[in-house]
Design a protein. Structure first.
Length: 477
């Protein structure tokens, strides 16, 4: 193995920081570290700096969601007096959509000026010891680098179920967003989590047939009242749900379609089958710890996730972990980026601030968008008991849907407060257009100590959906 020749910067290590994984979190940490004058190596098999491209992955999703909204707008435009002659015959040009997103992604991928100060290694990193990392470059060459600090930010990979035909006939979200040909025919999305529901929503919004299969409840862990609205809306648009079902096998039929056999828990585990043209697995993701030879350093683990403390330190000195590979952290792009940035600040500028993992706002790009910040009703009840919380709620009719009345039955908002002096707000939830954009502002407010009294004392912005929160006087029993 060749040892790389670089000038020594600190102690006896070639680098101040070696990042294994240059995705969302790893790259954010590397960028902040070089900005603060550290000497940084970043190892990633994807084009040297994958963070920009994983960010672009989220861009794919948002643009596809936007394509769905536009399709709906074309239909709705007629209500506003537009003459849309062929609205009924509208169809999506999948290849055009993918190529437009690809072109836009090139713009997202424009290099950050700080990138040139990072030493990139296009390959896979694995531990030799707590200060040394072996790099297997894409061209199969091997190198060894040493670092004073090592960061693990290798994220997770999609999981395939261990059933016959799952690998041969199924794809994952990683492949879905760049499918070369349109997903015509019938698609089965298996999972029921965020990724599954978003892909199902996109397929439906682009006029493709889709069924969701989930082993238990859909969007488990989210506020179930809100989830029911999201599901009702999707069902009303034509998405089929097979709940409490799990696949047993997939096989190819003579006409090259897929026969999916599954057990239906709602019918005494009866075996049933259906025919599809495509199966998308969205049943979860898992860190590949063996690939980074984690046993060479042996940090404390929780299943396949690395346990870290509030400083993102693993149980091995000088080895840190951030992002999806860590245990008990929200698996979100912005969380990984913020954690990486703050870690670099603590390591190289003496800053002390740690990451606040509480009250991170989320949004789901289902056809009826859902966004929230803070506790779900279930969590609030568990922590403070029903008598310890006060809930305000109500349906609202977005003005932008007033002429079409489309999906207005499911536009709903809810505020959960603690029964205390001033009623501090524990959680806010909304389904409806631009839900995430609305929640961004309220998440700042909640993180700054928003109370029910302050919310109701705020004058809303006229003719917006967000203003309904300031007039949500109706209490839930
Ligand atoms: C389909 C999908 C949609 C999502 N949508 C959203 C969203 O809308 N909003 C949101 O906030 N989050 C979203 N996420 C989650 C978000 O992408 C992750 O939480 C975030 O990217 C985690 O960052 P990370 O740095 O831990 O891992 P990643 O960004 O996944 O980066 C890990 C990097 O490590 C590299 N790597 C792996 N093994 C090695 C190795 N041995 N050596 C070197 N490098 C290695 C990989 O190539 C990769 O570049 C989505 C995720 C998926 C799968």
């Amino acid at each position: 193995m060749k040892k790389i020749e670089v000038e020594k910067h600190d102690n006896n290590y070639e680098f101040d920081l070696v990042c294994i994984g240059g995705g969302s979190g790893g790259l954010a940490c590397a960028l902040k570290a070089v900005e603060l004058g550290a000497k940084v190596a970043c190892i990633d098999p994807q084009r040297g700096a994958a963070g920009i491209y994983t960010n672009a992955g989220i861009t794919y999703k948002k643009q596809m969601h936007q394509a769905c909204l536009l399709g709906k707008d074309i239909r709705h435009a007629a209500y506003y007096g537009w003459n849309i002659c062929s609205a009924r015959k509208r169809s999506i040009n999948w290849r055009k959509l993918i190529s437009s997103i690809e072109n836009a992604t090139e713009d997202v991928a424009k290099e950050d000026d700080r990138m040139k100060y990072i030493k990139f290694f296009n390959g896979f990193g694995s531990f030799v010891d707590a200060h040394s990392v072996k790099i297997k470059l894409i061209n199969n060459e091997e190198l060894l680098v040493t670092g004073k600090h090592i960061l693990v930010a290798t994220g997770t990979q999609p999981v395939y179920p261990k059933i016959p035909g799952s690998l041969e006939y199924g794809i994952t979200s990683d492949e879905f967003f760049s499918l070369p040909s349109p997903p015509t025919g019938k698609t089965l999305c298996v999972g029921g989590g965020v990724v599954c529901m978003e892909i199902a929503g996109i397929l439906n919004g682009l006029n493709f047939n889709v069924t969701v299969m989930a082993r238990s409840e859909v969007l488990r862990g989210f506020d179930q009242e809100m989830v029911k609205l999201v599901m009702k809306d999707m069902t009303s648009r034509g998405v089929a749900f097979l709940q409490h079902c799990f696949p047993k096998s997939i096989a190819l039929t003579r006409c090259k379609r897929l026969i999916v056999t599954y057990n239906n828990n709602q019918k005494n585990n009866a075996e049933e089958f259906r025919i599809f043209d495509r199966v998308i697995w969205a049943i979860g993701r898992r860190a590949l710890l063996d690939d980074i030879n984690i046993s060479a350093i042996n940090p404390a683990l929780n299943d396949s996730e690395i346990i870290v403390n509030e400083y993102e330190e693993t149980t091995v000195p000088n080895v840190y972990a951030i992002g999806d590979i860590t245990s008990g952290r929200p698996k979100l792009f912005s969380v990984a980026v913020a954690a990486g940035d703050l870690l670099a600040q603590r390591l190289f500028s003496g800053a002390g601030r740690t990451m606040n993992y509480e009250n991170v706002a989320r949004r789901i790009f289902t056809p009826l968008e859902y966004s929230f910040v803070g506790l779900t009703e279930e969590e609030a009840e568990e922590r403070f008991d029903r008598s310890g919380i006060q809930i305000h709620h109500g349906y609202y009719e977005p003005l932008e849907l007033a002429l079409t009345h489309h999906c207005t039955n499911f536009c709903y908002m809810k505020v959960i407060a603690k029964c205390d002096e001033h009623y501090p707000i524990l959680g806010m939830h909304i389904t409806g257009p631009n839900a995430g954009e609305i929640m961004q502002g309220f998440s700042v407010a909640i993180n700054s100590g928003l109370t029910l009294h302050k919310l109701f004392a705020t004058v809303g912005v006229c003719a917006t959906n967000a203003q309904n929160f300031t007039q949500l006087f109706n209490k839930k029993n």
